[in-house]
Design a protein around this ligand. Structure first.
Ligand code: ADP
Length: 435
């Protein structure tokens, strides 16, 4: 603890002792020699202090590389304390450097690229994998805007739109065919963590899987058409009077038709999944499309249901006519197939308050228990297999709908109550709504 009294005792000890010595000298040699003695000793003492001050100043200009000056007198305590502070500071710095080194090692070992961006997307820091993914050099590129270095339009748009819910799949960031999955996590005050993952391998497997399904479906098409052709020819033969043969032929006909349906749906799904297959953008006159779908629905229902069409809006849509026909048609066909005779089906086209437009199909059919609803759009997910099969279902209809809806940036909403009926709605964003 700092003791003021002790400091003054030590500080005044020398001048007071010199004063006493001078006073005794006065008695022996007179005033002048005594004053001279006192003056010289105090001056020497002052020079000594100034020298220490000069040493302190010299040290303070580069405290890290120079030793704290030493003294055994009045300055001793100050220097000792300074020494202690410096040692502690040095230890703290070593500790921080070690921690930083560890963090650097950990982020370098991360299997993902990580970069910190400021509010204007300038790179503040990046790990080696991010350097490799975006072709950066942290020594050269820190402080640069990332969109200046990685210029893919979809990447620039992803950062500008700032909608980071879904990751962005980015191809061709460099010369090689690397595929990246990009995620942005905002944190702190306007800072962003840019995380990139190399999904080239996953993409390759996914492409192989897609190609395989597409190829198998394609290969099955021709033999199925041939078999179906023969079955139909045999069915048409008048002298085929054996009951068993006729039943067998009818069954064969039914099953080959089912397989044809399956193959067609699988091919449709493969086409929709292929990211190289861009959406055809055209103006779709939805009211006209729905009138034609109502007629198709009535034909499918064969008079067993009442099928109403409510056109609350004349809005047209920006999108692909064939895909929208397929999605809407699937919902109508499901409503017919899962609604018992005498039921009512209402198709509706309406605008929402937020500028979005929606197509919905409401039926008074068998409904769906809540636990099944989240899984309905999975391929081959069926609540009741036999009912789906009996009514000619493939289990792929809603998977196709979901893909088409995603391609139009829309959402599929399902509400249903078992035994009462269901409502399937496709909601399109306002930007697709044409008046
Ligand atoms: P499926 O070809 O079997 O109809 P979908 O993918 O079109 O295949 O539908 C998946 C499942 O969702 C169906 O098997 C059925 O159980 C259920 N489902 C679809 N639409 C309706 C509906 N309108 N009412 C009740 N259940 C439905």
């Amino acid at each position: 603890m700092y003791n003021v009294l002790e400091f003054w005792q030590r500080a005044l000890l020398f001048p007071l002792t010199m004063l006493l010595v001078s006073l005794s000298l006065w008695g022996i040699f007179g005033a002048l020699p005594a004053a001279l003695f006192f003056g010289i000793t105090i001056l020497l003492r002052m020079i000594g202090n100034l020298r220490k001050l000069a040493e302190l100043e010299y040290w303070s200009l580069a405290p890290d590389s120079r030793e704290v000056p030493e003294d055994s007198g009045l300055w001793e305590d100050v220097f000792a304390r300074l020494n202690k502070i410096m040692r502690k500071q040095h230890e703290e710095r070593e500790k921080h450097a070690a921690a930083l080194h560890q963090i650097e090692q950990a982020t370098s070992a991360l299997p993902e690229g990580v970069a910190i961006l400021d509010e204007a997307d300038h790179i503040e820091w990046c790990n080696p994998l991010a350097e490799a993914h975006f072709g950066l050099d942290s020594a050269r590129d820190v402080g640069q805007q990332i969109t200046y270095l990685a210029r893919q339009p979809e990447f620039v748009q992803y950062l500008t739109l700032a909608n980071y819910e879904a990751p962005l799949v980015l191809r061709g960031t460099r010369q090689d065919d690397i595929v990246l999955s990009i995620k942005v996590v905002p944190y702190g005050i306007n800072k962003k963590l840019l995380i990139s993952r190399d999904i080239t391998h996953l993409e390759r497997i996914e492409t192989m899987r897609r190609d395989f399904v597409a190829n198998v479906s394609h290969e099955l098409r021709t033999p199925l058409t041939v078999v179906n052709g023969f079955v139909e020819t045999l069915q048409d033969m008048e002298h085929l009077d054996n009951d068993m043969s006729r039943r067998a032929l009818d069954l064969m006909g039914e099953q080959t038709k089912r397989m044809e349906g399956l193959v067609d749906d699988l091919l449709t799904l493969s086409r929709l999944e292929n990211s190289l297959n861009a959406l055809v953008e055209e103006v779709v006159d939805v009211p006209v499309l729905l009138q034609s779908l109502q007629q198709e629905g009535q034909a499918l229902s064969a008079g067993k249901h009442t099928l109403k069409l409510e056109l609350d809006s004349k809005a047209k849509l920006q999108g692909c006519n064939a895909e929208l026909r397929s999605a809407f048609g699937n919902l109508v066909s499901n409503a017919v197939r899962y609604t018992p005779q005498g039921g009512e089906i209402v198709m509706r086209w309406h605008e929402q308050a937020d500028g979005k437009v929606a197509f919905s199909v409401q039926d008074s059919g068998i409904g769906i228990a809540p636990e099944h609803i989240p899984r309905l759009t999975e391929r081959f997910y069926r609540v009741d297999r036999s009912r789906s099969r009996e009514t000619g279902g493939t289990g792929l209809g809603l998977a196709i709908v979901k893909h088409i809806v995603n391609r139009h940036q829309g959402s599929l909403e399902i509400s249903s109550e078992e035994g009462k009926g269901s409502t399937f709605s496709i909601v399109f964003p306002a930007k697709r709504h044409l008046t």
